[in-house]
Design a binder for this molecule. Structure first.
Ligand SMILES: Cc1cc2nc3c(=O)[nH]c(=O)nc-3n(C[C@H](O)[C@H](O)[C@H](O)COP(=O)(O)O)c2cc1C
Length: 239
């Protein structure tokens, strides 16, 4: 049975668009028999890394900072698949940045050049074999998600583990409208979760389908600006 740990980095936790995108994906993984644990970084106390490299030197594999990460480290070591669910907050929500930095003790600093890049690997007592992203953004274009996508990919490659790709949802708010297309996207997210656990991979066709535009690009800007300008007028702001 695959063990999956998901860390949702949204400051809006369960109420956020990221949670909305994640829900059917989790259902699909559970259907396929995965054991899924979902954590919200907002609800955890995760201090920033102090950068002294003790976890790579004096106390190899251990972080001395006393906070919720100490409960999470043993679980992470037993996890097969790590899913980072991240809303773009130019680029990361703060707690997600803390979480990513604090993964350092799980990584063994035995360095190697791979395709011209310096990479390490997870310690042998860490099971994580795949890292996947679920990324949401507010703006219209999918390119807004590319910095966060790169961060998740780099994290996987730095730990010499598989980067399994990412589910990308630009203008994620628009998925909440009850339309036929949105229903299809939600059921595709469930299928992706199921297939990912059963077959270990995600079809590009499914990824393209879930990321497709849900509103017209020009309308997006027009509606956004109209709402903003109305609000500004209401507040009698004239600068
Ligand atoms: C501080 C901040 C910065 C943001 N920056 C971007 C951005 O650069 N690009 C983008 O597409 N969306 C941006 N957004 C919008 C969020 O990514 C988007 O609304 C997301 O779906 C929120 O997910 P959540 O509801 O789970 O928190 C930003 C939101 C916040 C709060």
């Amino acid at each position: 049975m695959s063990k999956v740990m998901i860390v949702n980095g949204s400051a809006r936790a369960k109420k956020g668009h990221t949670a909305f995108v994640l829900a059917p994906f989790i259902e699909g993984m559970k259907k396929a028999g995965a054991k899924v644990e979902l954590l919200y970084s907002k609800k955890l106390k995760i201090r920033p890394c102090v950068g002294d490299f003790k976890c790579w030197g004096e106390t190899i594999g251990e972080c001395f900072l006393e906070d919720d990460m100490q409960k999470i480290y043993p679980k992470l070591r037993e996890t097969d698949i790590l899913v980072l669910a991240i809303p773009v907050y130019i680029p990361l929500p703060g707690m997600m940045q803390n979480f990513i930095n604090r993964l350092c003790p799980l990584v063994e600093p035995l360095l190697e050049y791979k395709a011209g890049r310096t990479r390490a690997k997870f310690h042998d007592n860490v099971n994580i074999s795949k890292i996947l992203g679920v990324i949401t953004g507010g703006w219209w274009e999918i390119e807004n998600l590319s910095v966060v996508l790169k961060i998740v990919e780099e994290l996987a490659l730095n730990a010499s583990t598989e980067f399994s790709g990412a589910l990308l949802r630009p203008h994620a708010y628009a998925l909440r409208e009850e339309t036929e297309l949105n229903k299809e996207i939600l059921s595709t997210l469930e299928i992706i979760g199921e297939k990912f656990i059963r077959e270990g991979k995600i079809d590009q066709e499914d990824l393209t389908f879930i990321s497709q535009p849900l509103v017209d690009q020009d309308d997006y800007i027009t509606v956004w600006n109209k709402n903003y300008l109305e609000e500004k007028r209401k507040q009698k702001i004239d600068w």
